[in-house]
Design a protein. Structure first.
Length: 182
């Protein structure tokens, strides 16, 4: 009888701690208006890095290091990837970033999803929405968003890691202005 009680207690304790983790992640997301961070992105083995700023909802500006002036910008409706020699514009709603950059969407999904703790460092949620499967990762200590993985619109496997995260800084509203095509 005591053994069953201990198993039940451990199960309840685990459920409570999982609920607490979800609550802390959700509260952290609610309290976050913007983030800036360094990133490393691996797309099918090609690694790029740089700096990004996210402004919720759905705005992002990224400058890639050691590239040909590559930037990625979303104004909440369109997503543009621009280099010295190319310019690509997509409706944001056709990309996984439409979901990743929507903290209300993330919060609503996290309520219903089971979390998975990885190496006691990361908390992972897998989101299925339409054709999108997105793995979102949070830090187990700070509850900050620290990365995601998904398949992009060209069926490339994309892993993005965030570091040096700073929250709720003053940022220019012009940062998310869509650049003109050359």
């Amino acid at each position: 009888m005591l053994r069953y009680f201990l198993i039940f207690f451990l199960f309840i304790s685990s459920s409570i701690s999982n609920a607490e983790i979800k609550d802390k992640i959700i509260q952290n997301l609610r309290d976050t208006e913007n983030l800036d961070f360094k990133f490393e992105q691996n797309i099918n083995g090609k690694i790029e890095n740089g700096n990004c700023t996210i402004q919720y909802p759905k705005k992002i500006f990224c400058e890639y290091a050691r590239s040909n002036n590559k930037i990625l910008v979303s104004n909440g409706k369109s997503l543009v990837i621009k280099t010295r020699t190319s310019y690509y514009r997509y409706p944001l709603e056709k990309t996984a970033l439409n979901l990743i950059l929507d903290k209300t969407f993330l919060i609503n999904k996290i309520y219903d999803l089971k979390d998975r703790v990885i190496d006691n460092n990361l908390i992972n949620f897998t989101i299925f929405d339409g054709d999108n499967e997105i793995n979102i990762f949070f830090d187990n200590q700070t509850y900050n968003l620290i990365g995601w993985q998904n398949t992009d619109i060209y069926q490339n496997f994309n892993i993005t890691f965030l570091s040096s995260i700073r929250k709720n800084r003053v940022i220019s509203k012009n940062l998310f202005k869509i650049p003109v095509q050359n």
